[in-house]
Design a protein around this ligand. Structure first.
Ligand code: FAD
Length: 373
């Protein structure tokens, strides 16, 4: 028999850094874990976290093994529980899911998984009415939705002519496991971001590689004040989102930062960039100058997009292609908050956005009494 629709105050979608931060702050503000729905707990106070993964860790469950705690760029602790001193050699794919699991247990967060949200819909035109959250495990009806679904599940593959003709392997950064699988081969790395550069250097140790980017990368010296630099980058993405434009990547707002490891790679000649090829052929690519580059594999380090397909029924995207936001709230749909989106797509940003969304939703606790469900 079909499970009945479960009423709840807030549904948080996604249990990465952003979703867990929201859950932590919702608890602190008086929302009650409602993983086991109970008629006796006031519905508008209850909240659940629905996560599509099989276990804790969000996207960290899927990062390549060579991304170690020493090579991530500074991971902020989740609110209210410090991560034990990390072993710099441990893969982040092990260390962070372990920390997230301990965190969920310590704060008794009501995370249900694997639960994949397929669609969020309005019940009717009443702007204070409920939102239906349709999932692989039944339907919830919520007063508000905090969306924290990240980007990892939506890798972006640009289209290039001839893509289907290539006889070698094509993969996205999201599928990358380790450089060893390319040993002795020739790999084309496409993309101008941090992942492209890190993987280019890694692959160059065991294979040969050619680097392609659409625009010449902008390299900057390691900023004197990293925090101030980070704030400026975030402010630029924030401004785009305020205007209803797609957020864009942080690198597009900042440029690539020279680190000692990258300088060494450049000195070895591993960071020579080529303008984008014009066409993909069976055994390689046609270069912008008409030449040909043979290849065994093409690694698309072309980024990710916000995983928001399940919000499509709400029609949030404006003419600019983005979603106009007022802090974490969707300007045109105040019942929906987007966190870990655009300017808050970093561990520190996700922490703050989770806190801000919970703060904003605390009003529901009192407003809820006046509402009918
Ligand atoms: P995620 O961790 O992606 O969590 C989203 C969760 O939502 C996942 O569990 C996912 O399965 C789930 N989900 C998605 N869709 C659905 C659905 N429809 N239904 C149910 N569940 C769903 N940031 C830093 O601050 N420092 C770094 O050093 C750093 N390094 C990075 C390295 C790489 C390679 C990448 C890709 C990112 C890095 N970042 C770093 C960015 C940082 O990882 C993210 O900004 C942050 O972890 C995102 O957290 P999140 O909660 O938004 O998303």
């Amino acid at each position: 028999a079909e499970t009945p629709v479960r009423p709840v105050g807030v549904v948080v979608i996604g249990a990465g850094q952003a979703g867990l931060s929201a859950a932590y702050h919702l608890r602190r503000r008086g929302f009650v874990p409602a993983a086991v729905p109970s008629r006796t707990s006031a519905e508008h106070r209850g909240f659940v976290v629905l996560d599509g993964e099989a276990g804790p860790g969000g996207a960290w469950r899927h990062r390549w093994r060579s991304l170690r705690m020493a090579t991530v760029n500074g991971i902020y602790d989740l609110p209210g529980m410090a991560q034990p001193e990390p072993d710099p050699c441990e893969p982040s794919v092990d260390a962070l899911p372990r920390y997230f699991a301990a965190y969920e247990a310590e704060h008794e967060l009501p995370v249900l998984r694997p639960v994949r949200v397929g669609a969020v819909r309005r019940v009717d035109d009443d702007p204070r009415g409920r939102l239906l959250v349709e999932t692989s495990a039944g339907t919830w009806s919520a007063r508000a939705v905090v969306n924290a679904t990240g980007t990892w599940t939506k890798p972006f593959w640009p289209y290039y002519p001839g893509q289907g003709e290539f006889a070698g392997r094509q993969l996205h950064v999201a599928d990358y496991v380790s450089a060893e699988e390319f040993s002795g081969r020739h790999v084309l790395v496409v993309g101008g971001g941090i992942s492209a550069v890190q993987l280019l250097v890694e692959i160059s140790q065991v294979a040969t590689a050619t680097w392609f980017t659409r625009r010449p990368p902008v390299w900057i010296d390691e900023p004197f004040d990293r925090q101030e630099f980070g704030r400026t980058a975030v402010a630029r993405v924030e401004e785009r989102v305020r205007q209803g434009l797609p957020p864009g990547s942080v690198v597009s707002a900042t440029g690539l930062i020279w680190t000692p490891a990258l300088r060494a790679a450049a000195a070895r000649g591993e960071l020579e960039r080529h303008p984008m090829f014009t066409r993909i052929e069976r055994d390689g690519v046609r270069l912008a100058d008409g030449g040909f580059q043979r290849a065994d594999a093409i690694l698309w380090a072309t980024g990710f997009r916000a995983a928001l397909d399940h919000l499509a029924p709400l029609g949030l995207r404006g003419p600019g292609g983005g979603i106009v936001m007022d802090k974490t709230m969707v300007a045109a749909e105040p019942r929906v908050h987007l966190i870990g989106y655009g300017p808050s797509a970093s561990t520190v940003g996700a922490n703050r956005a989770g806190r801000d969304a919970a703060h904003s939703l605390a009003g529901l606790l009192t407003a809820g009494e006046a509402w009918t469900s």
